[in-house]
Write a protein that binds this ligand. Structure first.
Ligand code: GLP
Length: 230
């Protein structure tokens, strides 16, 4: 199973590294990955989790801290409630920052301070976005505020009940932040991701397909059920 194989790569890092630094993603795609990661986290890994630093790619802006729709809640309900990682080692942008620009600077500084991630999990948007780096004329290197495209808001609406709208803004790691890791594990399942994957690994770079910059990373592993896309 693809999600299990991806989870096994993370487990290997937990076993080998004294101070694992892991990067996580949210969305529909990695749900099974987290189930597998929890299942594979046997008691001999308790200390490894205690020494882990974990970062998330992004977070909506404008949701109260106790909202069930934050990516923070997604991560706690799927992973952090099951593994003994200390709260101070969990890094997710604040969903209701008093000063969003300052929150971006704080998050970028944290990334730099903790150091290069051993692995970064990624999904991909149908429009080729990674994290919340949307197609645009320019892309940013570091953590910044983004206006979400209507397409992305529609796609993510499934995670929200009808009467709560998807926020229009988010904080996301920039492309440089995403790439600053030893290994990228990209999960892309289902026909809706086929075009984005094809564009991402077409041999050309385009800010209109942010995932295409992954071609510049030396160690990207793609887990996909698509045939002949790459
Ligand atoms: C979201 C997230 C991304 C995620 C992508 C795909 O907007 N910010 O990190 O990879 O969209 O999500 P899904 O797996 O639900 O298709």
């Amino acid at each position: 199973m693809l999600s299990r194989s991806a989870a096994e790569l993370f487990i290997k890092i937990l076993k080998v590294e004294k101070r694992p630094i892991l990067g996580f993603a949210t969305g529909e795609t990695p749900k099974l990955f987290y189930e597998q990661l929890v299942m594979l986290s046997t008691p001999d890994l308790l200390n490894a989790w205690k020494n882990t630093e974990a970062f998330n790619l992004d977070e909506y802006i404008g949701l109260p801290p106790d909202s069930p729709y934050t990516f923070r809640n997604y991560m706690y309900s799927r992973l952090y409630r099951y593994v003994p990682i200390p709260e101070k080692q969990i890094h997710i942008p604040n969903s209701s920052p008093s000063d969003p620009e300052l929150e971006c600077i704080r998050f970028t500084e944290q990334l730099k301070f903790v150091g290069k991630r051993h692995v970064q999990l990624l999904g991909i948007g149908r429009n080729g976005h990674i994290g919340f780096n949307e197609p645009s004329h320019t892309l940013r290197l570091h953590t910044h505020i983004v206006q979400l495209s209507e397409e992305t808001r529609k796609q993510n609406a499934a995670a929200f009940p009808d009467n709560v709208s998807v926020p229009s803004e988010a904080i996301t790691m920039g492309i440089g932040d995403i790439m600053d890791c030893d290994m990228i594990v990209l999960l892309a399942f289902g026909p809706s991701k086929r075009l984005a994957l094809t564009r991402a690994f077409s041999g050309t770079l385009s800010t209109e397909c942010p995932a295409s910059f992954l071609q510049l990373h030396r160690n990207v592993i793609v887990f996909t059920d698509q045939e002949n896309v790459i």
